[in-house]
Design a protein around this ligand. Structure first.
Ligand code: NAD
Length: 436
């Protein structure tokens, strides 16, 4: 019997088709040339690799991995590396497509890329994880480099993993090339402010929305799906700004407290116990007055809150459950958490969606700042990094929301018009090599 092709399941194909389907309306509105359409509907390069890893017990396991460059017209490919059991070629391609749009939306000199390995990293020992990270970098090193493709962290990868990969890359090319990978530890040339950048940027976009709506942070309640790197830093900073974080979830469970949770204490518990489920919130915490209610992760999506922040994975709000959402605004911190059908349902119900390609762009903006620092050898303090992030994201977010208001379209359509317009202009300006 033939083994199924790794991960190319129908659901993942739908994900890419669904993501691309949003382009047709944009192409029509921008009246783009046929060349632009043809270039943006498919990935430029997709590399599939097998990564052999010697396990601690002496067995050899081989993991499937991918690295996709979706489009590099605006600069070298840029995008994270995901370690997850559901990773497959189509998902990586879709994520690389979103990176292409995102880098264009915020005006970075980067194209879109993404990588992933089909693995449950929680089943690996630290040494196995390091061997996998190094093996994956060896497998993709030919397509990586400061002017070709600059990977970064994504789901289940972090600065430690980036540090191993950066070290492996340097060993392969026999040189110190810190600009080949971002999201590294500060000690290896990483940027100050990178770890919290995605959450910080998401909060800035939410603040901008609140300001335009005349709403005060202190009056707004927030539920956060996905209490990982992006979700935690968003929740922590939003709490500092005065928003009330009433619920957070991870893949195991969700917790709720109508009076507000303290994200720092929840994070401490989660890092210690590795899950939110079973959390006794008051234990060892100064905020012991209130109890925490346990919810199923699905219930969190339907809570009666002002802001629903989605910071887990793609495809979370769709045709079947978008009708249950009760928030006024959905903040897409994850990539692709709302499907196009989900978008239509939310839009029909008057719920604003602040789109991923803008909301989570803080991460790639600070990756760009890290790349600049690595290339110039001039390293900045955190205040400078945060100020440059705020300046770039603020400018582009204002432009997106202004465009959406002017055209009478959703914030997502505004963002796509803004970004795809830049890509289309560059594609047209580059001309056609075949006919030159
Ligand atoms: P992470 O691995 O640190 O966190 C993901 C969290 O989501 C984990 O806590 C996990 O338990 C939780 N989760 C998974 N399935 C869930 C479910 N069904 N319900 C509730 N929670 C669930 O990953 P991350 O880096 O924080 O990335 C999260 C999302 O943000 C991804 O879509 C990623 O592509 C996007 N993103 C991350 C960055 C970054 O800089 N880290 C940048 C841009 C976009």
């Amino acid at each position: 019997m033939n083994a199924p092709e790794p991960g190319n399941d129908a659901a993942a194909t739908d994900l890419f088709d669904d993501a691309r389907s949003r382009l047709e309306d944009i192409f029509r509105r921008l009246d783009v040339e046929e060349d632009v359409r043809e270039r943006l509907l498919r990935p430029a390069t997709a590399l599939q690799v097998s990564v052999p890893v010697r396990m601690d017990d002496g067995r050899l396991r081989v993991f499937d991995g991918w690295r996709v460059h979706y489009n590099t017209i605006l600069g070298p490919a840029k995008g994270g590396i995901r370690f997850h059991p559901q990773v497959n070629r189509t998902e990586v391609t879709t994520l690389a497509f979103w990176m292409t749009v995102k880098c264009a939306v915020v005006g970075l000199p980067f194209g879109g890329g993404k990588g992933g390995v089909q693995v449950d990293p929680k089943t690996l020992s630290p040494l196995e994880l390091e061997r996998l990270s190094r093996g994956y970098m060896r497998a993709i090193a030919d397509v990586v480099g400061p002017d070709r493709d600059i990977p970064a962290p994504d789901v289940n990868t972090n600065e430690t993993v980036m540090g191993w990969m950066a070290d492996e890359y340097d060993a392969i090319v026999r040189a110190q090339v810190p600009a080949a990978i971002t999201g590294k530890p500060v000690e290896l040339g990483g940027s100050r402010g990178r770890v919290a950048a995605t959450g910080r940027g998401a909060l800035q976009v939410l603040d901008l929305w609140a300001e335009r709506e005349g709403r005060e942070p202190a009056e707004l309640t927030v539920a956060v799906q996905g209490f990982g790197n992006a979700g935690y830093h968003f929740a922590r900073l939003a709490r500092e700004r005065g928003y009330r974080i009433v619920a957070v979830s991870d893949s195991q469970g969700a917790i709720y407290n109508a009076d507000g949770l303290e994200p720092g204490a929840v994070w401490e518990h989660k890092t210690r116990e590795r899950e939110l489920r079973g959390m006794v919130y008051c234990e060892e915490s100064v905020l012991c007055e209130e109890d925490v209610e346990q919810l199923s992760p699905e219930t969190l999506l339907a809570l009666d809150v002002d802001v629903l922040a989605l910071a887990a994975l793609e495809d979370q709000v769709h045709a079947d459950n978008a009708g249950d959402v009760r928030a006024d605004v959905v903040l897409e911190i994850a990539n692709g958490p709302v499907t196009s059908e989900g978008d239509r349902v939310l839009d029909g119900r008057g719920i604003t969606v602040l789109p991923d390609v803008l909301v989570n762009a803080g991460g790639v903006i600070v990756s760009w700042l890290e790349w600049i620092q690595n290339r110039t050898g001039d390293y900045w303090d955190e205040e400078t990094v945060n100020a440059r992030l705020a300046e770039r994201l603020g400018r582009e977010a204002e432009a997106v929301l202004d465009l959406a208001a002017r055209e009478g379209v959703s914030a997502r359509t505004g963002a796509y018009l803004h970004g795809i317009g830049r890509l289309a202009a560059a594609i047209t300006r580059r001309g056609n090599r075949q006919e030159a």
